[in-house]
Design a protein around this ligand. Sequence first.
Ligand SMILES: NC(=O)c1ccc[n+]([C@@H]2O[C@H](COP(=O)([O-])OP(=O)(O)OC[C@H]3O[C@@H](n4cnc5c(N)ncnc54)[C@H](OP(=O)(O)O)[C@@H]3O)[C@@H](O)[C@H]2O)c1
Length: 262
Amino acid sequence: MHHKINLCVIGAAGRLGLCVLNALLHSEFLGKFNLVGAIVSKQSAHQNQSVASLSDLQTKLRFTNDLSQLLASSGDIIDIIIDCSLPESSLQTVKLIQQTKLVSKKLVLCATGFSSEQQEAIRQAANFLSIVFVPNASIGMNLTHALAKYAAKKIPELTDIQILETHHVHKKDAPSGAAKQLANSIEQITGQFPTIRSTRVGETIGEHTLLFNLNGEQIQLTHKALDRSIFALGALRAATWVNQVTQPGFYTMEDVLFLNAK
Ligand SMILES: NC(=O)c1ccc[n+]([C@@H]2O[C@H](COP(=O)([O-])OP(=O)(O)OC[C@H]3O[C@@H](n4cnc5c(N)ncnc54)[C@H](OP(=O)(O)O)[C@@H]3O)[C@@H](O)[C@H]2O)c1
């Protein structure tokens, strides 16, 4: 029998982090992971609070704000770190792990809104670590991305292309990571960077529409996230996938979902 994957979640008390904790109970992942760390920020009100009090998990584990201390004490047993915090602290995670020789070299980065310098630093780190870069962990959104790339290859040259994205008012970055990723792919194929329109309204989990405006007709490709758990399930799928990877590298959900396979 395979041993359980020892998991540490960073940003564990945030919206996405808590979803990842609860997704450990989903039938697809039940019994496959062993939660060994739940990290919050230095300023967090949740420091030392029991994980069971905020999530559905039955565990004695408490949220802690000291990642270096956890790495020093349990670094050798952690297999995978899923970082659900924000870009700045995700980058600190990457640096800390590079410095800690004992520790797992496998990371799933779920934050969005990295600057191009920060992304470059992550790519550099991926020479030594296995990093899955996951600005949108939803399986449906990644399939939408694959369909969009297919459509972009087939459309006539003079097509006006736009992306509309809507998220909840708490989202810190705009445009969304998924919209930027979509736009970059379209640009690589068509030479045209689509206009992106971002809307922040209510508690909308996430909606992306890609518009191809042809002469006298329009194609719309829309993905709607109806439940935040889809991101958490995708993140755990990425963690399960990268656990099998033997080489350092910069990986994406396209690798996890085999979307590049012919
Ligand atoms: N990849 C995807 O599919 C996906 C899906 C949804 C969201 N996201 C992205 O994921 C990120 C988090 O989103 P969210 O909605 O969960 O936001 P959130 O609720 O604000 O959660 C962020 C968490 O990060 C924690 N944090 C900040 N600095 C930290 C540090 N130095 N060490 C440890 N934890 C730290 C905060 O902790 P405290 O509260 O403890 O201070 C907070 O709980 C955003 O970038 C968002 O855009 C990605």
